[in-house]
Design a protein around this ligand. Structure first.
Ligand code: SAM
Length: 289
């Protein structure tokens, strides 16, 4: 069971966590989600969570005196965190049969947790989304799918006073991550992205484990094209090889398409991929797909 706690000034932004596969995971008891309004820890009459930056400049910075106690309560499951009800799955997704449910396939967790030297593996993980963080990737998602407790701190305005993450290292394994080279208004959307990428890798969340084993990035390559019925549509035909019934041929074709797509769109990814003779022949134009 994975427990996710999200601290935000816009709890309603996190409602999508109750829907579709994540809602199903909540229903199955695989996932538990607590969403907490940061203002519960604000003390002044105006319940301010931010103030102007030292050194001047535009915008506001989020207050350590509000974030500190909030993250303390999330780590220890105390105060408003203990009193809060966990999110319930959205009603519309209860008991809806899954299209890719497969019986008899043993579910296996991904190996390896994200524990750095000197860190206590028993501490929960604190994810702090920020454009100044390390880019979040599929390897992080795999490692974090083995966690039991992940907390998210959603920044707004110019972000959170830097001392909050420094201090949080006493109670958490802290990861500052970016979901891409652009600037969002707040961390909530980044949390949805990360939570979805992590939760779908937990055994039992997807009906068929092959759904993520074949995905882009699983073998370092982008995934090639997929097709379904009808065989011919608006003058466009599905490639013949997919009807051959020859699994080796289909696998070779899929590998070739993935290699070509990666070379075209993200050539830098090929540097981290083990290529055999056939792969190199294709990429160097000495063989057709
Ligand atoms: N002043 C910050 C900077 O330039 O790095 C930008 C703050 S941004 C307007 C407000 C919040 O949105 C951040 O604290 C973070 O939570 C979130 N955010 C914005 N862009 C993000 C990204 N690319 N990845 C993850 N979180 C992001």
């Amino acid at each position: 069971m994975l427990r996710l706690d999200v601290v935000t000034i816009f709890p309603e932004y996190l409602d999508p966590l109750r829907h579709a596969l994540l809602g199903k995971a909540i229903e199955k008891g695989i996932l538990e989600v607590g969403v907490h309004d940061l203002r519960q820890w604000a003390t002044g009459v105006h319940q301010a969570v931010d103030d102007s930056p030292y050194g001047g400049g535009p915008g506001m910075v989020m207050l350590p005196e509000v974030w500190g106690p909030a993250l303390d309560d999330v780590a220890a499951h105390t105060g408003p965190v203990a009193a809060a009800a966990a999110l319930e799955t959205a009603e519309a997704h209860r008991n809806v049969p899954r299209h890719d449910e497969v019986e008899g396939i043993e579910e296996q967790a991904y190996l390896g947790r994200d524990v750095r030297e000197g860190e206590d593996p028993a501490l929960p993980l604190l994810i702090v989304p920020t454009p100044a963080g390390k880019p979040f990737d599929q390897e992080d998602a795999r490692a974090w799918s083995n966690e039991e407790h992940i907390a998210f701190a959603c920044g707004r305005y110019e972000g959170i006073d830097d001392r909050v993450t420094q201090d949080a290292k006493n109670r958490y394994r802290v990861r500052e991550v970016s979901i891409g080279d652009y600037v969002l208004i707040g961390g909530e959307v980044a949390v949805l992205v990360i939570a979805e990428a992590v939760v779908r890798l937990i055994p039992g969340v997807l009906g068929n484990r092959r759904s993520h084993e074949d995905d882009s990035f699983s073998d370092g390559l982008l995934e090639g094209p997929s097709y379904t019925k009808p065989r011919s549509w608006r003058g466009l035909d599905v490639p013949e090889v997919l009807f051959s019934g020859n699994h080796a041929k289909v696998d070779r074709w899929r590998r070739d398409q993935a290699l070509l797509k990666t070379q075209q769109v993200r050539p830098e990814l090929l540097e981290g991929v083990e290529l055999d003779k056939k792969d190199r022949e294709l990429l160097e134009g000495r063989r057709d797909a």
